[in-house]
Design a protein around this ligand. Structure first.
Ligand SMILES: [Zn+2]
Length: 309
């Protein structure tokens, strides 16, 4: 039975309730946003963080910016400068180790039928989850597209990003190194959300797979698990999760994020809101899950009591 939420639960009770739902769910739909990565210190938004200084400090000095986000939207004078930053940024994303929030989340749901939708473009989910079960709704560092969108194709980026990152001098690339479209010769563009974002065959196929997953499981016990979703783009994950929780009779929902507000009253009895540090909380939930598993294995018998008897 998928419990309804009781009022006035403590943090531990909420975590236990989410673990119950995970165990009982026929399907777990994970929605991951920037807080999932920021919690590990992979901070693309705040000014002059240790992460920024380590990976982008040289660009920060040259272009007078303090965050990866600002460098992304910096007005570069030419493609040689702009693509140097794109190459660094993409290579950093592909090369970073997987963050603990992601490995902990994997521990929690790996034995359950699951699917992921994410606004993150930093490829972290793909380092631990099956890439065939991840819908990167705003694109992803693994791909590039033609800036003129001359065809619906997108192109693998990994080899290009690493090669270009290694050839940056003083925050610039050589003109001949700027990547160009193999079909029309226009400058390439990272495949991430922008005014020219390529909603091509790949995106549409991935969107259809995600919709089919929801369609298949919508009448079953389906759990929506939203992680690290802030206020930047709630229209992609948060609002649809709330709507589906409201509309699907057997759905439950949990949101974990720093500053997470209380659930809307229409879905309050089906939703757990955890206003928490997700790095710490996912770790606690993995430990609670392990305690459950070992108490099951011991047939719920308190070992100490047996020894003492
Ligand atoms: Zn082209």
């Amino acid at each position: 039975m998928f419990n309804l939420v009781k009022k006035g639960m403590t943090k531990e009770e909420k975590m236990q309730q989410v673990l119950d739902w995970i165990e009982e769910a026929d399907a777990v739909v994970i929605g991951g946003a920037s807080g999932m990565s920021t919690a590990n210190g992979f901070d693309y938004y705040n000014q002059h963080t240790p992460f920024f200084e380590e990976h982008f400090g040289d660009f920060g000095k040259i272009y007078g910016e303090g965050s990866a986000w600002n460098l992304l939207y910096h007005h570069y004078r030419n493609d040689e400068e702009r693509w140097a930053y794109m190459a660094r940024s993409g290579a950093v994303m592909l090369d970073l180790p997987v963050g603990k929030t992601y490995t902990d989340l994997y521990e929690l749901v790996k034995h359950k039928d699951h699917y992921i939708i994410t606004t993150n473009q930093d490829a972290q989910f793909s380092k631990v989850f099956d890439i065939n079960k991840i819908f990167t709704i705003q694109g992803d560092a693994h791909w590039m597209q033609c800036s003129e969108r001359c065809s619906p194709e997108i192109y693998p980026s990994e080899e290009t990003l690493h090669r270009l990152n290694a050839s940056i001098v003083d925050g610039k690339l050589k003109t001949e190194d700027v990547p160009r479209c193999p079909k029309c010769g226009a400058v390439m563009e990272p495949w991430v959300k922008s005014f020219i974002f390529q909603y091509g065959d790949y995106w549409n196929k991935e969107a259809d797979k995600y919709k089919a997953y929801l369609e298949k499981h919508k009448n079953e016990k389906i759990l929506f698990l939203g992680l690290g979703i802030g206020r930047m783009t709630p229209e992609f994950i948060k609002h649809p999760f709330i709507n589906m929780t409201y509309g699907f009779e057997n759905a439950r929902c949990a949101f974990l994020n720093m500053g997470e507000p209380e659930p809307m009253k229409e879905v309050a009895d089906k939703t757990i809101a955890l206003n928490v540090d997700i790095l710490e909380t996912l770790d606690q939930m993995v430990n609670l899950q392990k305690e459950r598993a070992s108490s099951m294995k011991n047939g719920n018998v308190d070992r100490k009591a047996v020894v003492n008897a």
